[in-house]
Design a protein around this ligand. Structure first.
Ligand SMILES: Nc1nc2c(c(=O)[nH]1)N[C@H]1C(S)=C(S)[C@@H](COP(=O)(O)O)O[C@H]1N2
Ligand SMILES: [Mo]
Length: 423
């Protein structure tokens, strides 16, 4: 396919997605490679459940729309019984569960990096919360006698293929078995509806609380392994490279660095990896603590209620950790007040927060910052690449979020401040 054909194709697919999802808008992709739409409005973040119409979409290759009745998922590797699982079997032969999951692209916030990094220029819109229905992987794996000791991994391979001549990277992710057994599912519904093509129909891996990249869409193979995709066996498996999206892209590293490829790691929390001596350049596994204000909208003019209050509302999340505190500032981060959480409280999904604000007339800069159960608090800003070490990963909110070449896992609060006028 020529570059211009590819580009037209991509544009057409994005338009089709926008037609189906009227709460989203296309997002700039500097490399013209991804199919991406994000939540169009701030008000998305004043609601707990994200309707499918507002749920962001992100994938690299052509959108697949395979027929469920001919789709199989090959279960291979360290199992007693390899098997091609049909959709009927996945649905009917195992328990059905629903999990709440805040999906966030590891590149959410990349558009705030200065200097800019390549790829998709997300601002705050690549985070959404839905109920995903499917089959617990634990059930499927135990039924097939899979090796599930600590240190084992499950590799999921997507059926999508690169469209660019000469590129041979398949979309594959390895997820630690401990996480797979805990809460991962093979999902075939979102918010009670069959998966639309762009969300991975007929079936995808769903990794609750971890960056979206781990939740492989259009799964064709699940392989039980004693390592991640790594090394020659996986950089050239029948001519395809399965390692790129695990070992090279979606790693947090300074400019000009090619991250080391690891056979295995034992630290999974993304922020723990920063602090561990084991891993030089963190993998984007579980989501960093973050929050987004949903009301008022950026640029809004608002009038207090009769009692003088404007209720600031938003969402806060921390991957598979709990958020434990939320603070709101109405002066751009100079002073802070405690907000409170309300509404649904599920593992791996965001919490709604509110802050009753009694403002005088004037102009204000609103920001929110969340703290997780490990005491980690959102930092104020993103560093510059020329800061020492490319910025420091900090855990107490006093330092900057490290600028990194891929623009990953950003969680600073200032870049997405909300400017409001009170009348
Ligand atoms: N097969 C496949 N799965 C994929 C991707 C992809 O390009 N191919 N993109 C990943 C990324 S980067 C994200 S953020 C999530 C987005 O899921 P969603 O489009 O359902 O929101 O899908 C992930 N799964
Ligand atoms: Mo992503």
């Amino acid at each position: 396919m020529s570059n211009s054909e590819r580009s037209e194709n991509r544009r057409r697919e994005i338009d089709a997605i926008l037609d189906r999802k009227d709460g989203t808008e296309a997002v700039t992709d500097l490399a013209d490679r991804y199919r991406v739409v994000g939540a169009a409005d701030r008000s998305t973040y004043a609601n707990w459940l994200t309707p499918v119409e507002d749920h962001y979409v992100c994938h690299r290759n052509e959108t697949l729309d395979p027929a469920a009745d001919s789709w199989t998922v090959s279960l291979t590797g360290a199992v007693d019984r390899e098997s091609d699982l049909e959709m009927d079997a996945i649905r009917d032969e195992y328990p059905t569960v629903a999990v709440a999951h805040t999906m966030e692209c590891a590149g959410n916030g990349r558009g705030y990096f200065d200097p800019e990094t390549g790829s998709v220029q997300w601002e705050y819109g690549a985070a959404s919360t839905a109920f995903w229905t499917g089959t617990p992987l634990r059930s499927v794996l135990s039924d097939h006698g899979a090796a599930t000791d600590d240190g084992t991994w499950l590799t999921a391979v997507g059926g999508d293929r690169p469209e660019v001549d000469g590129e041979n990277d398949l979309f594959a992710r390895s997820v630690p078995m401990a996480k797979i057994l805990e809460d991962c599912i093979l999902a075939y519904e979102i918010n009670g509806q069959p998966l639309p093509p762009e969300h991975g129909s007929p079936v995808r891996l769903l990794v609750p609380g971890w960056y979206g990249v781990n939740s492989v869409k259009w799964v064709t193979e699940l392989r039980v392994m004693d390592q991640m995709v790594h090394g020659p066996e996986w950089t050239d498996r029948d001519g395809d490279d399965y390692t790129r999206w695990q070992q090279s892209s979606y790693r947090i590293h300074p400019e000009g660095v090619e991250p080391e490829s690891n056979a295995t790691v034992s630290t999974f929390d993304t922020w723990d990896q920063w602090e561990s001596d084991e891993i030089e350049h963190p993998y984007t596994f579980d989501e960093n603590v973050k929050s987004t204000i949903g009301f008022p909208e950026d640029g809004a003019t608002v009038t207090p209620r009769a009692d003088g209050v404007i209720e600031v509302v938003g969402v806060a999340w921390a991957g598979d950790d709990d958020v434990t505190a939320i603070e709101v500032s109405t002066d751009g981060g100079d002073s802070w007040a405690e907000g409170s959480f309300f509404g649904p409280d599920y593992d791996c999904a965001w919490r709604l927060f509110r802050y009753p604000w009694e403002p005088d007339e004037g102009s204000y800069t609103l920001v929110s910052r969340a703290t997780d159960e490990q005491g980690r608090r959102q930092p104020a800003r993103i560093s510059r690449p020329d800061d020492a070490d490319g910025g420091t990963a900090d855990t107490d909110g006093s330092e900057d979020y490290p600028w990194n070449e891929g623009g990953y896992a950003e969680n600073a609060y200032l870049p997405h401040a909300v400017e409001v006028t009170v009348e």
